[in-house]
Design a protein around this ligand. Structure first.
Ligand code: SF4
Ligand code: SF4
Length: 369
């Protein structure tokens, strides 16, 4: 499974499941959204995870199971097991790693088994990761993984289109891999350790403005096993979870129940189609300060919001509205998705062999593609 296919499914509700295997990580990057290092211990119960992924069926499963962390490869046996279970139901699996193991010249056998068991492997790389693991080491490890037959990509972050580091890194990736390895390029968001120094979170749009949330599409399994409707890290970590964004728990729910709640909640449908600010205004709530996501989290438990959403987005009409919004979000394929939600200047790199991809200065970049 190539990166473009994975990213192209991102706008479709419940087409994927993001699963945080552990908050732990041998690295401690300055921008880490999950605040990971080796001192933290939170992780979902392995038995609950196995039961939950075993509840996928050929008729009711996510298309993609995305294994994240922390560092999921701290648990290679569990990665391998969950991949096998997901594959049995017809789901495909992807894994995002911080590449701690690349510091050594050889990939330990249990890790290589886990990696070759997934359908897509993505390596995080940016200025903060490079302080922990060298670029040349990451490149060497990724060649090894690619040679083993796994589809690979990079997950790169920077400060934006004019970031000279991003220009250098993307050029280096293209030169090293002949333009055959795609990259998802994002801008650093102010979560976790980055909250102390990155730019402000997305501010709330004008009261009542239509500003759909695209992040409420794939359910997320948090480190305590709670399943949330979106991947905003502050929301994933917040307890108690806002009622309208809590889909359940892997200890007590199966995939079918989680998927049904994600797809059928009228409040979530309206968050995905018109956004939390518009939903608040439709419900007669007075505008409040704070970020876009602060406004969304505050909607939980408001009976007027639930009543408004129920009147507008319940039933087949609401489902159609949701599907139309997802199709709109998927317009332009994976490149369109990154243009809207990632670093637009580098959107062409999400597709393998993006010949002639333009750099942030608009100049066509060459390279042996
Ligand atoms: S590799 Fe990822 S999870 Fe680990 S500290 Fe760095 S950003 Fe956080
Ligand atoms: S707007 Fe709501 S659903 Fe969307 S990312 Fe923010 S908190 Fe999550």
């Amino acid at each position: 499974m190539e990166l473009g296919e994975l990213v192209g499914r991102r706008p479709f509700p419940a087409a994927g499941l993001l699963l945080g295997l552990t908050r732990r990580c041998p690295l401690s990057c300055a921008h880490c959204s999950t605040g990971s290092d080796m001192t933290v211990r939170e992780r979902p119960d392995a038995g609950d995870l196995v039961r939950f992924v075993s509840s996928f069926t050929p008729d009711d499963r996510p298309d993609v199971l995305m294994l994240t962390g922390g560092e999921p490869l701290l648990l290679p046996g569990l990665v391998e097991r969950l991949s096998v279970l997901a594959h049995r139901a017809g789901s495909r699996t992807a894994l995002l790693s911080g590449m701690f193991f690349a510091r050594s010249r050889h990939i330990p056998a249990p890790l290589l088994r886990a990696i070759t068991g997934v359908d897509h492997f993505s390596a995080s790389l940016d200025v903060h990761h490079e302080r922990e693991v060298g670029r040349a080491d990451v490149f060497r490890a990724l060649h090894r993984i690619r040679d083993a037959g796994v589809a690979v990509s990079f997950h790169l972050t920077g400060t934006g289109a004019s970031d000279p580091y991003l220009a250098d890194l993307t050029r280096a990736v293209e030169e090293e891999f002949g333009g055959q390895v795609p990259s998802l390029v994002n801008e650093i968001r102010p979560f976790g350790r980055a909250a102390a120094w990155a730019g402000p979170a997305r501010s709330a749009p004008d009261a009542g403005a239509v500003s759909p949330c695209a992040m409420a599409a794939w359910p997320v399994v948090a480190f305590d096993g709670t399943v949330l409707a979106c991947c905003n890290q502050d929301t994933v970590d917040l307890r108690p979870a806002p009622a309208h964004l809590r889909l359940g728990h892997i200890a007590t729910d199966d995939w079918a129940a989680i998927r049904r709640r994600a797809l059928e909640s009228p409040v979530l449908r309206l968050i995905r189609t018109v956004g939390p600010s518009r939903l608040a205004a439709m419900s007669g709530r007075l505008p409040r300060g704070g970020s876009y996501c602060d406004g969304c989290r505050a909607l939980g438990g408001d009976a007027r919001v639930a009543a408004t959403a129920g009147a507008v987005a319940a039933g087949p009409a609401g489902a159609l509205l949701d599907l139309a919004a997802a199709r709109q979000g998927a317009a332009g394929g994976a490149e369109g998705v990154v243009r809207r939600h990632g670093c637009a200047a580098y959107a062409p790199l999400v597709v393998t062999g993006a010949t002639g991809a333009a750099g942030p200065d608009g100049a066509a970049r060459g390279g042996a593609r």
